[in-house]
Write a protein that binds this ligand. Structure first.
Ligand SMILES: [Zn+2]
Length: 510
C-alpha cells in the first residue's frame, strides 16, 4: 500500500515542501530510500525501526520503498524521521486519519521514539502556510518559532506515541500560540549599552548617528581603552526598531542555524562580533551542508570587527562581495544557495601596532615602517567600502572626572533623529528599490544629491586637495545626503558637505 505524508526540507533560508511517499509491497524485507537523501536521512532507517517497535507498533517485514519528492532537491538532516515513521504505519494499515494532505510533519526521532528538535522549523512552517497546509506537527522544543506563523495550527509533540494518538483522535492537543505584538514590543526596547553611559566622545557618537541614519559603514581608530568597543556595542540602541517582516527574516536565518533555543522570534537587531581568528567559511558561510556565516547572522543588524588589521587577509577579502551585494551566494554541485547579508559594518583598529600613536599620554614605540605595514593590512578595496572614519581620542582622566554622567545624550534621543532621517529616505525612495542613502548608485546621486553652485566649488577644491577617487567623491556626497536628512533639509548645504568631508579624514589611511 502507498502512503503520502508532507514534510519539509530547506533551500537556503526557505522551506520547501517535500512529499514523503512510502510504498510497502510483498517481497524480501528491504528498505530503500530514493530522492537525493544525504547520509543523515539514510540513517533514519535505524531510528525509525526502533521508534516504531519501541512504541508498540508492528514494523512491516516487507519491501519498503521511500521516495522523497521533488527528486531534484537535495535533502539534508533528520527532519523527515517522523514523517517516514508515520508513513510506514499508514502504509501498513496501522494508522488512518482525515486529510493527511492537510498536515505537515517535522521531527527527528530518537530510538525510543522521543521527537527531537530540528533546525529550520520557522521557514518550514512558513512554507506550509504558503502551500495552504493548515496543520503542522512540530517537535515540542520548536513550538515557539513555529507559532510565529499565523493562521496555521501548530501542534507540539514530545514523542511518537503521542503523535499517533493525536492523529487517531485519541488525544486532544490544543494548537500552540504566541502573542507576536507583545514579543516585538518588549524586546525592541532593551539594550545593554546606552550612549549616555559613554562619557565624552561626541565626534564618534555623531559619526555613529550618521552611520545609523544612512546605513553607512564605519572605521574607528584609537588607542586601547578609548572606548571603541563600548561605542560599537551601543550602536544597535540608536538603530530603528525592527518591523515584523524584518524580525521574521532574521529569525529564519537563526532558525536554520539552530540558534533560536527557546526564542520564538528575534526582535532585536543582531550584533555579531566574531573573533579575529575566524575562518573565511564561518565569516561568509558555506561548508558541506551550507550554513549561514556571521555576515548573514548579522543580517539587518551590525557586524562588528574589532582589531580589523588582525583578521586574516583572505577573510577580509571575502567580505567585499556581501558588502556590495547585501547577500552571499554559495555555489554547490546541484544548485547555488543565497543567504541574505545586509548589515552595517562597524570596524575598529589601533592606529599602530603598539596602539599609542595618537595618544598624548603614552609614547608610541613603533617604527614608521611598522605603522605603514600595520595600516596596509587593510586592502584599498575594503577601505573604499568604509564610509565614515572616526578618530577616537583617549579620554583623559580630567575629562572623566569633570563631565557629569547626566550630560550625555541618551540613545533614545539620538534614535528619534535617526528615525526621522530614515523616514525622509523612505519617502524619497518609495518608488525605487532602495531604502537608504548608502544604497545610492552614481546614477541616482545625480537626481538626489544635487549641489548648488557654492557647494560645487567646495567639492571641486576638496576633490583636488584630497586626491579623491571617484568612489571617494561619491561617498562624501552620500554622507552629506544623510547629514542633510538628519538636519531635515532636502537640499545639501555647505555645512552638510563640510561635516561629511571631516569623516573622510585619516588621509594617511585612505
Ligand atoms: Zn605605536
Amino acid at each position: 500500500m502507498l502512503s503520502q505524508i508532507k514534510s519539509s526540507g530547506l533551500l537556503g533560508v526557505n522551506g520547501v515542501i517535500v512529499t514523503v511517499e512510502i510504498d510497502i509491497s510483498r517481497g524480501l524485507p528491504s528498505y530503500s530510500l530514493v530522492g537525493l537523501p544525504d547520509t543523515g536521512i539514510k540513517e533514519s532507517k535505524d531510528r525509525v525501526f526502533s521508534a516504531v517497535k519501541n512504541n508498540g507498533f508492528k514494523y512491516p517485514m516487507e519491501r519498503i520503498t521511500i521516495n522523497l519528492a521533488p527528486a531534484d532537491l537535495k535533502k539534508e538532516g533528520p527532519a523527515f524521521d517522523l514523517a517516514i515513521a508515520l508513513g510506514i504505519l499508514s502504509a501498513s494499515d496501522q494508522l488512518t486519519w482525515d486529510h493527511p494532505e492537510n498536515y505537515l510533519v517535522i521531527g527527528e526521532l530518537s530510538l525510543s521514539g522521543e521527537i527531537r528538535s530540528v533546525n529550520g522549523v520557522l521557514p518550514m512552517v512558513l512554507a506550509a502556510k504558503e502551500a495552504g497546509i493548515s496543520n503542522v506537527l512540530v517537535p515540542f522544543v520548536n513550538r515557539h518559532e513555529a507559532a510565529v506563523v499565523q493562521d496555521v495550527n501548530v501542534y507540539p509533540l514530545t514523542d511518537f506515541h503521542e503523535a499517533v494518538s493525536f492523529l487517531k483522535n485519541e488525544l486532544i492537543i490544543e494548537p500552540f500560540t504566541v502573542d507576536l505584538t507583545a514579543l516585538l514590543t518588549t524586546e525592541n526596547s532593551c539594550h545593554s549599552i546606552d550612549f549616555s553611559d559613554i562619557r565624552g566622545q561626541d565626534l564618534a557618537k555623531r559619526g555613529l548617528e550618521i552611520a545609523a541614519a544612512g546605513a553607512h559603514n564605519v572605521l574607528m581608530s584609537g588607542p586601547p581603552g578609548s572606548g571603541k568597543t563600548m561605542l560599537a556595542k551601543g550602536f544597535p540602541s540608536i538603530l530603528p526598531d525592527l518591523t515584523l517582516d524584518e524580525a521574521l527574516e532574521i529569525t529564519k536565518i537563526h532558525s536554520i542555524s539552530g540558534l533560536l533555543k527557546n526564542h520564538s522570534i528575534i526582535s532585536k537587531r543582531p550584533f555579531r562580533s566574531p573573533h579575529h581568528t575566524i575562518s573565511k567559511v564561518s565569516l561568509v558561510g558555506g561548508g558541506r551542508i551550507p550554513k549561514p556565516g556571521e555576515v548573514s547572522l548579522a543580517h539587518l543588524g551590525v557586524l562588528f570587527l574589532d582589531e580589523l588589521p588582525e583578521f586574516q587577509k583572505s577573510a577580509l577579502e571575502v567580505l567585499r562581495q556581501p558588502i556590495e551585494d547585501q547577500e552571499v551566494t554559495i555555489s554547490r554541485i546541484n544548485a547555488s544557495l543565497t543567504f541574505p547579508a545586509s548589515f552595517t559594518l562597524i570596524t575598529s583598529m589601533n592606529p599602530c601596532p603598539c596602539g599609542y600613536l595618537t595618544d598624548p599620554a603614552h609614547e608610541c614605540i613603533c617604527t614608521p615602517q611598522q605603522i605603514k605595514n600595520y595600516q596596509g593590512k587593510i586592502s584599498g578595496p575594503l577601505m573604499d567600502r568604509l564610509d565614515i572614519f572616526v578618530e577616537i581620542p583617549s579620554t583623559s582622566y580630567d575629562e572623566l572626572q569633570t563631565k557629569p554622567k547626566g550630560e550625555s545624550e541618551t540613545s533614545l534621543a539620538i534614535k528619534r533623529r535617526v528615525d526621522a532621517a530614515r523616514e525622509r529616505q523612505n519617502q524619497r525612495y518609495q518608488d525605487l528599490d532602495i531604502f537608504y542613502n548608502a544604497q545610492l548608485t552614481p546614477k541616482l546621486m545625480e537626481t538626489f544629491c544635487h549641489l548648488g553652485p557654492a557647494e560645487e566649488i567646495l567639492m571641486e577644491k576638496v576633490y583636488t586637495k584630497m586626491k579623491l577617487s571617484a568612489r571617494g567623491y561619491h561617498r562624501i556626497l552620500k554622507l552629506a545626503r544623510t547629514i542633510a536628512d538628519l538636519d531635515g533639509s532636502e537640499t545639501i548645504e555647505i555645512s552638510h558637505l563640510s561635516e561629511a568631508i571631516q569623516y573622510r579624514g585619516m588621509t594617511r589611511l585612505s
